[in-house]
Write a protein that binds this ligand. Sequence first.
Ligand SMILES: [Zn+2]
Length: 359
Amino acid sequence: MRRIGRFVFLGLVLFFAAAGTSWGAELGPLPKSDEAHLDAPKAIPFDLPALKRNWRERIAAIKAQGTLPVIDIESSFNGNKLPLRQFAQAMDKAGIALIAFSHDAGNPKWADIAARVVSADPWRFIPTTNGGVHPAWTEAPKEFLAETFKHAVPDGYPLLGEFEFRHYPSPRQIQRREFFRDVTVPINGPLGQELFAFAEKTGLPFEIHYEIEDALLPPLEEMLGRYPKAKVIWCHLAQIRYSARSSIYGPAYLRGLLAKYPNLYIDVAFGDNFSKYPGSDEYHARVWNAGSVKKEWVDLIVEQPWRFLAAFDLGGDRQDQLPEYNRNLRKFLNQIPEPAREIVAYKAAWKLLFGEELP
Ligand SMILES: [Zn+2]
């Protein structure tokens, strides 16, 4: 009896010690107000070790609540339209650990607003350089790149924003008859060369928006082959706007691409199964078969989970839709078996950005 009693006692001690680590974990204080970022000091250069301590603790706290934490690798914001405190509350409620947040509104060559967001809330946002979008990227791309390069390393950004090399107008822009976002920047042209070379030299990952079409695949492969150390996140897994222009891409093609180019990553920001692209009137999120993820995609993700990254693609004009984007992303993640699900949800992003594996 005494022996058993001692084991029970030891077991209880261990239980409380383990539980204590999660009880101690925090989601992090909420930012003071919805406008807290507007007059916050710039947090540059970023104190990444301190930020990472907060972020790890937040991830642990979400896990301790029994929720799968998510790191969203691709969302953007407009500082003037971001209700920071409410947004942080919505993240807490949804179990979103971190958002790689990039500024893309108004679009001067450079803006430090992501650094102010991080200073107002050092628990929830991974600072990301400004997105390569219209008009800065389309009208003065060389200056835009030069400013991005000037800040990225000295300020300590762990990630460069999404560069639009081939981008069709978004569904909402088509509905508004806005076609300025029909962007073509040759990925193997001078701007692409500069960006890939910079990424290779610095080790900083960057994101591309690049529609999936037969004619666009060879130039992308040319660049991946020429800059094998550049870490490229190709956003929007299997989002095809016009099926007639895409006969090559599919799970088999992507499996080959991932095998050939070890620094290629894919994010899973795509619409739900009933979302139609108004330009073509087609269901553009091709991973779905009705409400299920097609088996071939699940198989590929299970084989290579470290190469797939959770993402929302929330834009500055739809920040209030986080709950809906969260539901959609989790509908997808829930169909990926463990341990791949946990890797795609947050572990792969952490490893890509910081070169470490989370427990
Ligand atoms: Zn995109």
